[in-house]
Design a protein around this ligand. Sequence first.
Ligand code: EPU
Length: 418
Amino acid sequence: MDKFVITGGTALRGEIPVSGSKNSALPALAAALLTSEPVILKRIPRVRDIRTMQRLLVDIGSRTEVEEETVRLHTPQIVCPEAPYELVKTMRASSLVLGPLVARCGRARVSLPGGCAIGARPINLHIFGLEQLGAHIHQAHGYIEAEAPNGLRGAVVHFDRITVTGTEDLMMAAVLAQGETVLRNAAREPEVANLAELLGKMGARIEGAGTSTIRIQGVEKLTGAEHTIIADRIEAGTFLIAGAITGGDLSITGCNPEHMSALVAKLQQAGVEVTQPDSTSLRVRGNSELRSVDMTTEEYPGFATDLQAQYMALMTQAQGIAIIVETIFENRFMHAQELARMGANIRLDGKQAIVAGPRELTGAGVIASDLRASASLVLAALVARGETVIDRVYHIDRGYEKIESKLARAGAKIRRVE
Ligand code: EPU
């Protein structure tokens, strides 16, 4: 298993380019199942979760061609409408094929995901939504079997709570349903809007994506399309925090600053200088006197749960007490104990983490427990005295493209060892 060896203490300087968004690319790949014509997706990040999704699509019946960041998918026929446990247990977003499969061929068999490091993460809302659209759902042997032999029909689906992939799954199911579907209390994430844009190019009729009410008029058939994935706002945010925590001067290029306003506002309150040199870049200049600022995670446009761990690393270096509240996932503080091993003063109390700073961090051996927790350990290591060895970096490889070379180019002392 690969490890990262990081020697802290260097301020990051220069430019870091942002890759395409993993969480936008995953539903876009699944959407290719909705048509028998080729779909060409650009700016697909080269990360492990994307390779997992491609494997799944090939098993289902897609032919895929990959060239650099462009992926061409062609699914003349659905050969096997199934997402097996072996893949779902490694990547929960595999459930994104459920909606497209039922819509395209009237049936799907998808493994239930099981436990996850950051919380229970059930898919009951995906199932509820599909039932509203007329699918019959049967659960047995750890699998969900959905059937709609006569096709799905439009309905009003009110989500009990906001779910990102649930909204995407249902949107993909509804585009081929008969009549109108209205998704209420839908997720407003930019990734949902980007998926709607792709579906629109394929011939779907969708209004309101990016707001909490999405209206979809079903069509009979979708066509091929070409589409570019949006910038990864979580990767961009991670690098912004890297600039801030190391007291550096870093430009993050190829991003969409509008998608990052919650983080930028927090950083500015904490005393970090963040400017926008142009419409696709942000520049961060660190301040040696960071102030603690409380933060609560929320659905978009609130502060992203996917940046909570990284923000916690930053708060270990800030003057005062920061109360960080995690409202989206019930167990997303696994990084706190590892940060504490490096010298951070963090107390956990249910949904809250109380971080008292500043504390000098020192290099230590730590273990990555999930994707964003790993990113927070990398950030802490960049500012820690001495050497940190992060084990199980396969977690970070799920969602960050070449993070070590991007950081090294900005001056970080980071290397991967086997
Ligand atoms: N939930 C349910 N029932 C459902 C679906 C969700 O109770 O049927 C709950 C979840 O357990 C959670 C909350 O609703 O407590 C929100 O979950 P959501 O469904 O929005 O999460 P997700 O769609 O599974 C996506 C991202 C996550 C990100 C969350 C929240 C993708 C592929 N994944 O997950 O990304 O944290 O939204 O923004 O888009 C990551 O990239 O590291 C990551 C975990």
